[in-house]
Design a protein around this ligand. Sequence first.
Ligand code: SF4
Ligand code: SF4
Length: 183
Amino acid sequence: MGKTPDLSNLSRDTGIIAKKDLEVSPGYPSEKNLKEGPVVLIECNGKIPCNPCETVCKRGAIVVGEPITNLPRVNPEKCNGCGLCIPKCPGLAIFLIDASYSEDRAAISFAHEYLPLPREGSEIGAVNRRGEVICKGKVVRVRNPQSYDHTAVVTISIPKKYIHEARGMKRYVQGYKGLEKNG
Ligand code: SF4
Ligand code: SF4
């Protein structure tokens, strides 16, 4: 097991975690795990006293442990992709990646707190960590049961090559151009 990286300075400097740092973080599954099906991926880089991700997962797939400021560690073998941890994270830092969604597309689920909620089947722009639209996407599922406490979970499908970049969505504005090649 590798040394837990301290990512907190990077986040304060840039507001965005670099991919190379995410890949060595304990919340980031391996490429092999990502390919095998739905698995949780955590982009939590602050050593903060927080652990609802750990307590909500009854399968023990997320461990914060002691001290509570540890970065959350994902055990991909125990994650069944239920997504229950996504709306419980106050930092909106938990994603579910399903690279086995189809031959050429992956599904990404994330917390979504903007209203109105998107409609299933609607076309959207998938955005990166900077909020920039990087490719076309399609909303395939919207979950918002009472138990999620007003934090909905939206699942979008995107071209598989964007699984490390797409982390949210933006509704299409009428007349928006520029994504013709990225669908
Ligand atoms: S998706 Fe479900 S099984 Fe996986 S870590 Fe989250 S709560 Fe646990
Ligand atoms: S609940 Fe979210 S913010 Fe808190 S430790 Fe877990 S991943 Fe980080």
